[in-house]
Write a protein that binds this ligand. Structure first.
Ligand SMILES: Cc1cc2nc3c(=O)[nH]c(=O)nc-3n(C[C@H](O)[C@H](O)[C@H](O)COP(=O)(O)OP(=O)(O)OC[C@H]3O[C@@H](n4cnc5c(N)ncnc54)[C@H](O)[C@@H]3O)c2cc1C
Length: 370
């Protein structure tokens, strides 16, 4: 018999959302996290934007779980007193070529099921956001911002209140398939190593999820992550009321103007691949200034200061156009009971409650077939 029924590796927003969702139906659930608290990695190093689902291909997990997660998140925030603002977002085109891209984006958004998208002409934009330069803009009313720490705390507290055990300072270092499920080793920060067994193992280890899959015996190139860093610069002005996005780039949705709940403004993230995870801001502010001034011409280079950075768990390489989230029950590889979540980059925060529901349905099927 296994010690644990369901073990979840990683207490980022995705692991916590899954723990909360599963705690409503199942017992004997443990979350293992190597840091001393939840949300110490990507889940606290992002733009905190509730995306609407415009940017991703029709039918992809990124689209479907983002559109569903968007609706779920507003409801969760409203009912549980989690900070959020449904600010709305403008995606701006600054020339004729970009207007063409904008038209494609709006059509894609509508096909994806995003409600309320409308075009705004320059005269309207100037009235709403006087500092923004645009030849045309899409307005997305369902985009917003969220207190991501508040969301994670809500997921963690709700899971704990239903009996989920949060085990911090505990790093999973080795996994072996057994008849009943999995045996795994955990290194604690006090230097001890313990071995546990679980029927179901959920790999929600963010930037390290490819390593966890490897530990479980999946040596697949398609699961290899390519960490892709994004820096942010803050702006010492409070001149904006909405999220302002440029036309998306290949590796990211562009250096945008993001607001926090105090209406402080941060620009970012840019996108560059890195070999090591290091959260120092490495980019120069000239790169940011040159991107931003296209849609915010009054910006002054001296008004920008390095703020923070985050690292995307990217499956996509420089040569690929799109990679979807991997959320996979690995039964076909002989690893029944292992669920891998790999490449959960943006819109992973928005999608987190919908991802949790999706994983929970997978687990219902596993239990049904046991
Ligand atoms: C720059 C940037 C901007 C973004 N902006 C947005 C946005 O505006 N909106 C949006 O929806 N999404 C955004 N995202 C994406 C979003 O932040 C992520 O999708 C989400 O945070 C992923 O959560 P996670 O739980 O999968 O990963 P993480 O938060 O990284 O959590 C994984 C956890 O696993 C733990 N772990 C790893 N290995 C082990 C091990 N061996 N044993 C135990 N624990 C382990 C880690 O310590 C970590 O706590 C952004 C991402 C980046 C990088």
């Amino acid at each position: 018999m296994a010690d644990i029924d369901i073990a979840i590796i990683g207490a980022g927003v995705v692991g916590l959302a899954i723990a909360k969702e599963l705690s409503e139906k199942y017992e004997n659930i443990v979350v293992l996290e190597r840091h001393n608290s939840f949300g110490q990695e990507t889940s606290s190093r992002n733009s905190e934007v509730i995306h609407s689902g415009i940017h991703y291909p029709l039918g992809s997990l990124k689209t479907n779980l983002c559109v569903e997660g968007n609706r779920m998140l507003y409801d969760i925030c409203e009912k549980n007193d989690i900070g959020y603002k449904k600010l709305g977002k403008f995606i701006v085109a600054i020339d004729e070529e970009e207007i063409g891209v904008l038209e494609t984006l709006k059509q894609r958004g509508e096909e994806n099921g995003v409600d309320g998208l409308v075009f705004h002409e320059p005269t309207d934009i100037k009235k709403i956001e006087p500092y923004v330069n645009a030849k045309l803009a899409i307005y997305s009313p369902n985009s917003g911002i969220i207190d991501s720490h508040g969301l994670m705390k809500y997921f963690a507290d709700a899971a704990k209140s239903k009996g989920v055990l949060m085990v911090y300072n505990s790093e999973v270092t080795d996994i072996n398939k057994e008849n009943f499920g999995f045996k795994f080793k955990v290194n604690s920060s006090d230097g001890t190593t313990e071995e546990f067994t679980t029927k179901i193992l959920i790999n929600s280890a963010g930037l390290y999820s490819d390593k966890i899959a490897e530990m479980a015996g999946i040596d697949e190139n398609g699961y290899k992550l390519h960490p892709c860093k994004g820096d942010y610069f803050s702006w010492n002005k409070k001149f904006l009321h909405h999220l302002i996005y440029p036309i998306p780039e290949k590796l990211s949705i562009g250096i945008h103007a993001g607001l926090d709940l105090n209406h402080d403004i941060k620009f970012g993230p840019n996108a560059y691949f890195v070999d090591e995870i290091d959260y120092g801001v490495e980019s120069g502010k000239e790169e940011f200034y040159n991107s931003i001034r296209k849609y915010l011409p009054t910006i002054d280079l001296n008004d920008l200061s390095p703020a923070m950075s985050g690292v995307r768990a990217k499956l996509q390489t420089q040569n690929e156009d799109f990679r979807d989230f991997v959320i996979s029950h690995e039964s076909e590889r002989g690893l029944t009971g292992l669920i891998n979540l790999i490449g959960i980059e943006s819109p992973g925060l928005t999608a987190s409650p919908a991802i949790a529901k999706y994983v929970s349905e997978m687990i219902d099927t596993i239990y049904h077939n046991l």
